[in-house]
Write a protein that binds this ligand. Structure first.
Ligand code: IMP
Ligand code: MG
Length: 175
């Protein structure tokens, strides 16, 4: 058992299982993309571990970049507007695979989809290491899913509880 801030977590998914799931995703993406060169776009902060492992498992040509989804208060009363930061060079005409650590309700995925569609990409696919099917409220297709998990809070392998736990090699579930 581990403690992060005020909460306790119990071991849930081993690093071996995670590595196997990422290897499977890499094989699927290789098969789907054939001679096309994907740009993997990691969504910070959570995805840094997944992207690093995907990079070691993906054995064909590919590129990497990272974005952060940021909210800023719009000047109008339209409320919170999301934007992508970090997209230096454009993705126009590229085959993009957005890489997430976890998809829960899917609200973040919906924002990402809207924002990437404005980039005039050739194709847009989504990959996530963890997926909570019971919590998912969107109809967007997730092309590559590592591991389905129940609707319970997890930490480790990039995922945090109030910023702690990202460096854990295994994944832990809230006790
Ligand atoms: P969404 O509900 O799919 O939009 O997920 C929003 C964000 O909540 C994710 O990108 C994660 O940063 C965070 N999140 C969702 N579930 C978990 C979890 O079990 N552990 C840690 N963070 C989570
Ligand atoms: Mg995240």
């Amino acid at each position: 058992m581990i403690r992060l801030h005020d909460k306790e977590f119990v071991p849930y998914i081993s690093n071996d299982e995670i590595k196997n799931a990422i290897t499977k995703m890499a094989r699927q993406i290789e098969e789907d993309f054939k001679d096309d060169i994907p740009v993997f776009v990691g969504v910070l902060n959570g995805s840094f571990m997944v992207v690093a492992d995907l990079a070691t498992k993906y054995h064909k040509d590919c590129e990497f970049t990272f974005v952060r989804l940021s909210s800023y208060d719009g000047v109008k009363s339209t409320g919170n507007v999301k934007r992508l930061i970090g997209l230096g060079k454009g993705l126009t005409g590229r085959s993009v695979v957005v890489v997430e650590d976890i998809v829960d309700t899917g609200n973040t995925l919906l924002e990402l989809k809207k924002l990437f569609e404005k980039e005039n990409v050739k194709s847009l696919k989504f990959a996530t290491l963890f997926f909570k099917p019971e919590a998912y409220q969107q109809s967007i297709k997730i092309d590559y899913i590592g591991i389905d998990i129940p609707d319970k809070f997890i930490v480790g392998y990039g995922l945090d509880y109030k910023e702690l736990g990202r460096n854990l090699q295994n994944v832990y579930q809230l006790k």
